[in-house]
Design a protein around this ligand. Structure first.
Ligand SMILES: [Fe+2]
Ligand SMILES: [Fe+2]
Length: 327
């Protein structure tokens, strides 16, 4: 396909069939791996405005991956099949494309991003606690942080793994947090601030392409987030209980230590925020996979956790595919 053609086949159109198809997609993740027998292959995540799909480039075709990088638009010829219950593409041919209609690849329109941004401002207006409000303003009134927050993905792959995903995820969580904190009689200022800032460390953990940075690999966004709150609260007087509580919410928002949490949640607000994060990230995956009950098979659990590739090899090895988004 070239620039004068129109993309007609989208991720949401793909079904399990033996017919070959061709279309253009944006590369989300491209990961060299090895089978147990030592054969090289690539796991590739392909995206367009309707969702994401995994693709495999097998051993006899791996030279096609040469020079292809994240965010490249590629012509794909291939077939679909189902592996462990999940639809995937088996790539027969792949090449870089000069197709340039960016709107076909934007999961969030510019209008939607501006709408979330306005909602973020109105959520900050709802916060009455002056310390929390000042901390929120230090982040979101800072032009550079704000513009990065508006375009950053929330994960390497799957959940909110697209431009504006971090903003959408954080605002969505803050709206839920506001409602549920009223329902349970919890501190809604802390819940809103916790939701808007819980993944702030992702601005350093991931590049704008969704790749892990060295700091992300070595510290992770929870530790980075706590350090950022520390920095932002300097000059606001002594550490008040509310700042400590906000740090605890960030440090514990993955719930379990084996899910990357620094601490388990120890307060009602921290526990609720962990639940909301878990819920919102999983709902995003169903949306992105265009979940359709009539086509779905239920023999595969929905995975949401992701780990940075080990520093030792810098390449994922067989048995450790990381095609799933971190919360
Ligand atoms: Fe997180
Ligand atoms: Fe999150």
């Amino acid at each position: 396909m070239n620039n004068t053609d129109k993309k007609t086949i989208f991720v949401s159109d793909l079904k399990e069939t033996t017919e070959e198809f061709s279309s253009v997609f944006k590369v989300g993740v491209i990961e060299p791996l090895k089978t147990r027998a030592g054969k090289k292959f690539y796991n590739i995540l392909l995206k367009d405005k309707t969702g994401v799909i995994k693709a495999k480039l097998w051993n006899d075709k791996i030279e096609l991956a040469k020079g292809i990088k994240i965010n490249d638009i590629v012509n794909i010829e291939g077939k679909t099949n189902r592996y462990a219950g999940t639809l995937q593409i088996i790539i027969k041919n792949m090449s870089r494309s000069d197709y340039s209609n960016e709107d076909d690849f934007k999961i969030l329109s510019d209008k939607k991003i501006l709408q979330f941004s306005a909602e973020l401002d109105s959520l900050i207006l709802d916060v009455k606690n002056s310390t929390l409000k000042k901390i929120l303003k230090k982040f979101f009134d800072n032009k550079e942080i704000r513009s990065r927050f508006m375009s950053h993905p929330a994960a390497k792959s799957i959940h909110h793994c697209y431009m504006g995903g971090l903003l959408e995820h954080s605002v969505s969580m803050a709206k839920i947090a506001k409602n549920l904190s009223a329902y349970y009689g919890l501190d809604s200022d802390l819940m809103i601030a916790g939701a808007l800032l819980h993944d702030i460390g992702k601005l350093q953990e991931l590049t704008e392409n969704g790749e892990y940075t060295r700091e992300g690999q070595l510290l992770g966004h929870l530790a980075i987030g706590v350090a950022e709150i520390e920095k932002a609260s300097r000059g606001l007087g002594e550490e008040t209980p509310v700042i400590l509580h906000l740090k605890h919410i960030i440090a514990s928002h993955h719930g379990e230590l084996e899910w990357g949490s620094i601490k388990k949640p120890l307060t009602a607000e921290a526990e609720l925020l962990f639940n909301i994060d878990y819920m919102d990230s999983r709902q995003s995956i169903y949306k992105l996979k265009n979940f359709d009950l009539s086509n779905a098979r239920f023999d595969n659990e929905l995975k949401t956790t992701d780990k940075p590739t080990s520093l030792k090899s810098n390449k994922a090895e067989s048995g450790s595919p990381t095609l799933f988004g971190d919360r």
